[in-house]
Design a protein around this ligand. Sequence first.
Ligand code: SF4
Ligand code: SF4
Ligand code: SF4
Ligand code: FES
Length: 978
Amino acid sequence: MLDHLKQTDHGTPLRVSDKEVTLEIDGVSVSVPEGTSLMRAAVDAGVRVPKLCATDSLEPFGSCRLCLVEVEGRKGYPASCTTPAEAGMKVRTQSPKLQALRKGVMELYISDHPLDCLTCSANGNCELQDMAGVTGLREVRYGLDGANHFRGDSKPAIDNSNPYFSYDASKCIVCNRCVRACEETQGTFALTISGRGFESRVSPGQGQSFMDSECVSCGACVEACPTATLQEKSIIQLGQPEHSTITTCAYCGVGCSFKAEMKGTEVVRMVPWKDGKANEGHACVKGRFAWGYATHKDRITTPMIRKGINDPWQEVSWDEAIGYAASEFRRIQAEHGRDSIGGITSSRCTNEETYLVQKLIRAAFGNNNVDTCARVCHSPTGYGLGQTYGTSAGTQTFKSVEKADVILVIGANPTDAHPVFGSRMKKRLREGAQLIVVDPRRIDLVKSPHIQARHHLQLKPGTNVAVISALAHVVVTEGLLDEAYIAERCDDKSFREWRDFVSRPENSPEAMAPVCGVPAAELRAAARLYATGNSEGVKTGHRVNAAIYYGLGVTEHAQGSTMVMGIANLAMATGNVGREGVGVNPLRGQNNVQGSCDMGSFPHELPGYRHISDSTTRTLFESAWGVTLNPEPGLRIPNMFDAAQQGTFLGLYCEGEDIVQSDPNTQHVTDSLKAMQCVVVQDIFLNETAKYAHVFLPGSSFLEKDGTFTNAERRISRVRRVMKPLAGYADWEVTQKLANALGYPMNYQHPEEIMQEIAALTPSFAGVSYEKIDRLGSVQWPCNEHTDEAGTAIMHVDKFVRGKGRFIITQYVPTDEKVTRKFPLLLTTGRILSQYNVGAQTRRTENNQWHSEDRLEIHPHDAEERGIREDDWVGIQSRAGETVLRATVTERVAPGVVYTTFHFPESGANVITTDSSDWATNCPEYKVTAVNVTRVAQPALAGADTTAPLAHQSPWQRDYSQFNQAQLEHLQAAGQSA
Ligand code: SF4
Ligand code: SF4
Ligand code: SF4
Ligand code: FES
């Protein structure tokens, strides 16, 4: 089940139809959905028709003519890939005539192909080689001496510009699969076939290399290529894999399934798994190629301890490190009370690991001081959707977007942050779905090949709620409500209150336009489009599917929770929840944000979002865990920091989370960590937080452990160990050791046992098991006796989880982060495709070739006013701190708004973000910081030195450099180099 090195290629994509047709292929009767190709029907009948230009991830093209068949009663030899199966057909795939035709085709191909098969990197995995064998090719009548592409002056140079794959045009058979993969699957349209006839070759743009082109290095073309023309460099270097294991990408919340293809215990390639339901065989540059960090030389594989953060690290045994951490935690508790320590779980870790950390904190620490990095990203989603719908969950599957007529993207940048879903969304948009983008920045989706947003509401940062109120106002006052849906599905009282509220003139587009900066007419037109599917706002009777996708541009605001509720209101009011093609879909940031929230990582909730004050739930866990649980919620991350500075919170267990880099107001975070007496960091690298740690416990990457991740669709997929943990233990084993050292016994032999415990204690997980996931590929929670075997694809189908959907009034309140004369610009932050969050992994890969530093995007007007030009170093000051970056002058941002990513620690983007946070959940307001930007007078900045010149570093950056130097010396003293 787990080794899928050679997956069956059905030749053409699956067709879905209510109608089946029955035909005969080589005497075998087969029934297939209407629209299925003869080629695919043949595979179902157990017959393989030779093919080269067809593959089941792409629409048929019909160019190679190798798949010709005979159909009884018809003249000629139709291509089986482009001919649909029809009822009663009698098809022959083998005959002397067909064999001769195919041989002729192969002769032509081979006459212009190098015959270096023995030394070719695709040897053993080349469809051209296979077809030569299948067709019985023994000689090439035309000889091999004529004009060709593989010898002499006509041999094109190999394009090695992409760090992960090469392009050797001499081996190209011009089957067009790569071009179609880039168009159909990825949606980037980077490739064309240039030239005609003999001259035709694949090209990433006239005279351009792959690296200079629009290519985003998703690898779809490489996967589609039947020859060694487009080939992974890891395969060229290491050879063909010999076995594979299915696992799940550890980067973003799309949760793509991959085949880790191996030679022995070495990964040679990560190939997207065709049967993975989240990605259906597609990938992005991170999951596909950026996995080398797992064996990077910076990995720390020996535990270390030290008394003070200015002391050198000492390498010690696992027992000594764990024993030291446990004794320090117990000492602190003895001296300062039970609540003086706590822990942070990570959305990078598995469900089982996260569950175990919160269990350790509640059962062994004896308090509820557990929080997770979801605090700083999607905690408002939990609150907002919980209040309105009754559960913190995205309502759809990714596939659902294929049924959407209108797509509203708010504060999300799917093509950079959730690329595989971004490609899926783009496909639907190319098919004709309408797009509305609400974002202060002109993200790629606004205009990209064959896609143009109907409306880009380029709002001022911090005014989301003003926009959603204006949209709701139009829906209510122009009669665009779905009255029947509301009457049947929603709470009447709350609806009436909300309706009266949003109808008020102060919520009209005309009133909100000056607040949010979006013209009233645009707001009106967008609202009509969302509610009705046509810009005129005239009801056509056709039930339109409108789907909302949102990201951190919604949640990371002072009114993050309010905005989530505003979105939920709008979807209910227009009847857009509870079926395919609609819904409210939070695009989760990290691979397991959903899971870390599900697993009880919040200080007030046990697994399955059950409040700690609920005595029935507590009793259930108390009897399973053999302890008495504290009914009071514990500290959230910001409260832990405040308590540290007050001297009441002195010990922290931090697993897989780099809070120094990822949390706002870095100075406050580091001051808090410095105030603690025992900081235990468990990570794969000596991250920024480890610089303030007393104990370092080496972590394990996703390739080194078993477990599960839950993606943004609530889909639970297996993570499977493909190599031994470099440091000896998987993260769950380390947590277990710490629990035992603290005197709380844990004795799991395998993560499967942890999942059994989760399922036994959590109703929404009751039907989840490794056996079922292995069998079905994945399941979606809720998954129990009330759902299908694979769980729940679409939420709230007949009724909302809370019963009646509840409307909540969402009053717009301007953020405190206001522009002033001193801080006249608004800074907002985001991610870029090639880097991932704080960059700990992607910075240790060749992905740096695309993005090697964080830049400040500034509008030409603002730049000119300040004398700033492209590439200039600029100082950025906020109320919290200052930093220095280089400038990119661009109209992607509106005047008055600047933007940066936060992937590089040395740029310290979070040094300038403030403590301002969501009123309900404390999620930081990363997306709005009032700043001043000035050009830093500088010497010549020739070259691509990405480190700010010392003289122009901010105090933070100077401090950072000096601290780094000291840490490096300590490491060297301990015998480990970073
Ligand atoms: S790697 Fe992806 S984006 Fe680049 S050319 Fe291939 S399919 Fe297109
Ligand atoms: S590069 Fe590969 S996939 Fe593209 S046309 Fe050539 S042989 Fe076909
Ligand atoms: S889209 Fe996300 S989950 Fe999929 S390969 Fe890329 S980073 Fe991994
Ligand atoms: S596989 Fe059908 S024409 Fe190429």
